[in-house]
Design a protein around this ligand. Structure first.
Ligand code: NAD
Ligand code: ZN
Length: 361
């Protein structure tokens, strides 16, 4: 499948399919041909598994394509790795007309995007994402690296020239990463479409998706993200809805010390929490939350962290979160599925919802 994304003056295509990389020889031959130099920045682990496949697909261009592998997963978003990538490009005489290709999950995509955004004040890049979660991260143009002070604290908006998912690569994803990506898919459903959400919540494919099913679903998720980002590129208004489940989810991620559960697994807990907050405002039915919690458990999502840590610990992380401006806690709640809104909440309400979640999950 293919979807055209239009964000202000940047228009690009997102492709999801079993043979997407074949497009390098056709649709993207001109783009590759117009670059004086090309580099792949690849997640080390993904490179070991799949780099030959990408390199083979790129043989259609007659120039040498150099490869820089970076530490796997989140550890590639360290400032030191960012600097290494810049030096690598400079040593290899890259210019403003060069092109880079990101090959890995959302972390490698974020790093590569930020390298591209800032190398010589900005060069073109292509996303070749290899995780399900990247249907979220590879579209929209947010790029970033982490600082010792916090995640994604240095970054910029820089749209890719194209996004190509080759779906076979999903086959090697560990279950934890599969669950992570599927949670974000469900998030896109929750903030946009009741029928689709209920469909997902009763789908046997959710924890063992076939490649065909997944392709269709991911395109739907990307369409939601693209529409929102297209209307609000810089997160002044509706882009905030994409943070559904993330205020609490991020605090769970932080409490687990980044590594216990995957990002999406934490967001799943965060969505359950947001549903309970929505209940408190009379805008979501108790049964929906219960159904969601059941569904999560049946599909392998864990709620251990909320039983293990205190509310105060989560609260301290939520207060540190950059979305909590001026000490206020902002949450995306639902006025029924498909109708998100942002609500500022007091500590008492947050604690009450936490206790509820503990009892029910
Ligand atoms: P990731 O990039 O850290 O990858 C997770 C793990 O899966 C890594 O160890 C990686 O080596 C491995 N992996 C990747 N593809 C694989 C494959 N095909 N087979 C086997 N293993 C594979 O994680 P992610 O969940 O893709 O992305 C998370 C990152 O995305 C975070 O840094 C987050 O901040 C960022 N993000 C960015 C945005 C955005 O809008 N820019 C949105 C959401 C998330
Ligand atoms: Zn997320």
């Amino acid at each position: 499948g293919k979807l055209s994304v239009d964000i202000l003056n940047h228009e690009y295509n997102v492709h999801i399919g079993q043979h997407s990389y074949e497009l390098f020889a056709t649709e993207y031959a001109d783009l590759l041909g117009s670059a004086d130099r090309i580099a792949i920045i690849a997640d080390e682990h993904v490179a070991k598994l799949h780099l030959p496949l990408l390199q083979e697909a790129l043989q259609c261009t007659n120039r040498e394509i150099i490869v820089k592998t970076v530490p796997t997963g989140e550890s590639c978003k360290k400032p030191a790795v960012y600097i290494e990538c810049q030096s690598f490009l400079l040593k290899n005489n890259f210019t403003r007309d060069s092109l880079i290709i990101a090959f890995g999950g959302g972390a490698c995509g974020d790093l590569t995007g930020y390298v591209a955004a800032t190398f010589m004040r900005g060069i073109r890049y292509i996303q070749c994402p290899t995780t399900i979660l990247a249907h979220d991260s590879a579209v929209g143009g947010k790029t970033a690296i982490n600082m010792p002070e916090g995640k994604n604290m240095v970054g910029s908006f820089h749209q890719p020239s194209a996004v190509l998912f080759q779906t076979d690569l999903f086959k090697t994803l560990p279950p934890r990463e599969l669950r992570s990506g599927m949670a974000e898919l469900l998030k896109h459903a929750f903030i946009s479409d009741e029928e689709w959400t209920l469909e997902l919540l009763s789908s046997p494919s959710f924890s063992q998706p076939s490649i065909e099913w997944l392709s269709t679903e991911l395109l739907r998720g990307i369409a939601v993200k693209a529409k929102i980002v297209g209307e609000d590129e810089f997160e002044h208004s509706i882009r905030k809805y994409l943070n559904f489940g993330h205020t609490f989810g991020h605090s769970v991620e932080a409490a687990c010390g980044f590594g216990g559960l995957s990002h999406g697994e934490c967001v799943m807990i965060g969505m359950a929490y947001s549903l309970i907050l929505s209940e408190q405002h009379g805008s979501v039915d108790e049964q929906l939350t219960n159904r969601f919690i059941d569904f999560s458990k049946t599909n392998g999502y864990l709620f251990e962290p909320i039983h293990e840590y205190s509310f105060d610990l989560f609260l301290s992380y939520m207060e540190k979160d950059k979305k909590a401006s001026f000490g206020k806690l902002n949450f995306v709640l639902l006025d029924g599925i498909g109708r998100p809104y942002v609500k500022e909440l007091e500590r008492e309400q947050c604690e009450e919802a936490f206790n509820q979640l503990r009892l029910r999950a």
